[in-house]
Design a protein around this ligand. Structure first.
Ligand SMILES: NC(=O)CC[C@H](N)C(=O)O
Length: 315
């Protein structure tokens, strides 16, 4: 981060900034569509909005429903990717690509031509391969993932919402199809049921914006967690994960998101988005109403407003 930006961050009135953003996007809250293909998610009230910021110099700010836990869904794919890279290192890239797909997150079409190698780790197909890698390395994969997340967020109470996991399992025909299809190419090693169970549970982890901002803070600081003093992942790996978030983190809207927001970010169909201003801070926003590509409508607008008002996009 450039020196003048660090100075501006030190002098920013974040409470006023968040209040202004919340005010500006209020007309959009409730306008999106809450995800209903996972029936349990459809019960979440559409009128929620929360946003939280955690700065590298140890300050925290939040507004609205920032303390309410919600289903992180695809945001979990960043955490599982960190674990899979730990397990396999660069060999992971033999099994999953690094290109944006330009297709919806749950699409099957590219997999046939591309011989079961998903385009990137953040579409469902890629996250299912990542889940397989984690499970191949450790039987207690889900406990290890939860421990990783709890440690990063400094919150031992973070749990899987089992109602959401079961609801997705009952309706998870597409993910089951994806896993079977990839397995037919030999790119899934574990039993399909075990991979799906891991994947549905990781997506059903419940966290608040405040938890997520803290859990992403090492991504803003070259892989180092200032709160605990731990080097969570190497600086190179943190940079590469940020690059994947930028190019693939918001599904087939990643180009548009880079255009309007300009930050590495990962969204989920629970309506959350976690984002990183490298060298400065991490932030998270939640509003359950989604746009047609599955990103939070008010959440995306809030992040766009954030970079517009502060100038802290990476571009
Ligand atoms: N984009 C998402 O957040 C999708 C995650 C969801 N669990 C699914 O597999 O469909």
């Amino acid at each position: 981060m450039r020196a003048e930006v660090s100075e501006t961050i030190a002098g920013t009135d974040f409470d006023a900034l968040l209040a202004r953003i919340a005010d500006d996007v209020q007309p959009l809250v409730s306008q999106g569509k809450v995800a209903s293909y996972i029936p349990r998610l459809a019960q979440v009230p559409a009128d929620r909005f929360g946003m939280a910021v955690a700065t590298l110099d140890g300050r925290r700010f939040s507004i609205g429903d920032a303390g309410t836990a919600f289903s992180i869904q695809s945001i979990s794919k960043v955490f599982s990717l960190s674990m899979a890279l730990d397990a396999l290192g660069g060999d992971l890239w033999q099994r999953v690509g690094r290109e944006p797909s330009g297709s919806p997150y749950n699409s099957l079409v590219q997999l046939e031509d591309e011989r079961g190698i998903p385009r990137n780790p953040f579409i469902n197909a890629g996250a299912l391969v990542v889940a397989d890698v984690v499970l191949s390395k450790r039987r207690d994969g889900l406990d290890a993932l939860l421990a990783f997340i709890r440690e990063r967020a400094g919150n031992a109470d973070i749990q899987v919402d089992t109602d959401v996991a079961e609801s997705e399992a009952l309706a998870g025909f597409r993910n089951a199809a994806l896993t079977n299809f990839i397995r037919s190419f030999g790119n899934i090693e574990q039993p399909v049921e075990a991979v799906l169970d891991f994947y549905f549970r990781q997506c059903a982890i419940a966290m608040s914006c405040e938890d997520l901002a803290l859990a992403f803070l090492h991504q803003a600081d070259g892989g180092r967690c200032r709160r605990t003093g731990v080097q969570v992942i190497s600086p190179v790996r943190a940079r590469r994960i940020n690059s994947l978030m930028l190019t693939c983190g918001t599904y087939d809207a990643a180009g548009d998101f880079a255009f309007h927001v300009g930050l590495p970010a990962k969204s989920g169909v629970g309506g959350g988005i976690a984002a990183v201003v490298p060298g400065a801070l991490a932030l998270a926003v939640w509003s359950p109403g989604l746009d047609e590509r599955g990103n939070s409508l008010a959440g995306t607008a809030a992040l766009a407003r954030f970079t517009e008002l502060t100038g802290w996009s990476i571009f």
